[in-house]
Design a binder for this molecule. Structure first.
Ligand code: HPA
Length: 280
């Protein structure tokens, strides 16, 4: 079957975006990251998720819910301003549908961003962490079910889930921009509750440096399609304070927007570097 029949959003975007095929980088902006669009993007076109046939509709406050395309820091990109989450009730296949559409649009690399709770000592609110690997604790998998052979194999390799070259580019861009960038392992949980202190102690023992409720499904589907994947977490809080301090979504959103200056500096340097790697 034609891809545009299975993914009707594809035809819609193709019709609106004359520059399709030139955009090698797809970006997904998580909680609190949306400001980079206003700060760094020359928008050439956009579509609300609600207007994209087959797309789910985002339900989380603070997520704009649109696909924009244009140049970000001079680099031609597709950018999702707001994502779909498993905890909203969608299936794993639904929340990763935009990644399939990116792949069919010809995107070669995906930059995933999120807000996360810090687990490793020193992962303080406001810090940025490049994702070096992940732990999938979501209890589900977006590639479960019949394999979509047109995208990739039944048993995709994940030894390089988080692309080493792209990570190196991010680290260098951060150093050049004078922005501190940690590196660590991101553990994904389904949510919507935040974790208990016992869960965080367990995750720490299992090698997690940060925890969040997204990103891993998108990485799995992107890797299945052969896209190269990079990720950055904005640490918004210390996960499950042992002190018993309660955690709220407002705290998370506020901390993410405070990190915005650093994110803008980092993206300004990093996006052209990522683009370069994707062209090599
Ligand atoms: N846990 C899970 N997801 C999160 C957190 C957290 O502490 N902070 C931001 N997203």
């Amino acid at each position: 079957m034609e891809a545009s029949t299975v993914y009707p959003a594809l035809e819609h975007i193709r019709a609106l975006d004359p520059e399709r095929g030139r955009r090698r980088l797809g970006i997904v902006l998580g909680s609190g990251w949306g400001g980079v669009v206003e700060a760094l993007m020359e928008i050439e076109g956009q579509a609300a998720y609600a207007d994209l046939p087959g797309f789910p509709v985002s339900t989380v406050a603070g997520h704009a819910g649109r696909l924009v395309w244009g140049r970000m820091a001079g680099v031609p990109v597709y950018c999702m301003q707001g994502r779909f989450h498993y905890y909203e009730g969608y299936s794993m296949q639904e929340i990763t549908l935009p990644v399939r559409v990116f792949a069919l649009l010809g995107v070669k690399g995906l930059l995933l961003t999120n807000a996360a709770g810090g687990i490793r000592a020193g992962m303080a609110p406001g810090q940025l962490m490049v994702i070096e690997d992940h732990l999938n604790f979501m209890g589900d998998h977006p590639l479960r079910g019949p394999n979509l052979d047109r995208f990739g194999p039944r048993f995709p390799d994940m030894t390089r889930a988080w692309d080493p070259d792209l990570r190196e580019r991010l680290a260098k861009a951060a150093a050049d921009a004078g922005v501190a960038l940690q590196s660590g392992v991101y553990a994904a949980v389904s949510g919507p509750s935040f974790e208990t202190p016992a869960e965080i102690r367990a995750f720490r023992q299992l090698g997690a440096d940060a925890v969040g409720m997204s990103t891993v499904p998108e990485c799995l589907v992107a890797r299945h399609s052969g896209l190269r994947v990079a990720g950055i977490s904005c640490i918004t809080n210390v996960a499950a304070h042992e002190g018993g301090q309660a955690l709220s979504h407002e705290e998370v959103a506020e901390a993410a927007s405070k990190a915005q200056d650093h994110v803008i500096k980092l993206f300004t340097r990093a996006l052209p570097a990522l683009q370069q790697t994707l062209q090599d």
